[in-house]
Design a protein around this ligand. Sequence first.
Ligand SMILES: [Zn+2]
Length: 140
Amino acid sequence: MPQDIEKSRARSRRYYYTHREVFREKSRRFRKRHPNRSTKYYHINKIKALTKIAGGKIQCIACGCDDLNILEINHKNGGGTKEHWGQYLGDQGKFYRDIIKGVRTVEDLNIKCRVCNTLDYLERKYGKLPYKKIVWGVNQ
Ligand SMILES: [Zn+2]
């Protein structure tokens, strides 16, 4: 059975790649007909999902940044890209909705800002880098 799911996902990815202009055009038309609609619910669900993961104040666990525009969900053990290109392909909002509903557990997730999340990714890929800590508000 799991092989069937993997085959199905692979087929979905191929279909998306070969038809991505059609998907993009549909999205463009939807956004034109319903300005702010999808982004509004996407944003609301992002806040709900982040709140559930944080269990309190929504902020980057590494540097304390609390700007919602640059906060992301980090997969502690990696695998985020695989998950997003697998079951959540074409519907990233479903990731947030599954977290809210409890379908997707959050023990392996935490919140990091874009900068800290990228550093986390790079260190996982290349090993420890010579950066000690991301500090906001210091411009030298
Ligand atoms: Zn950070």
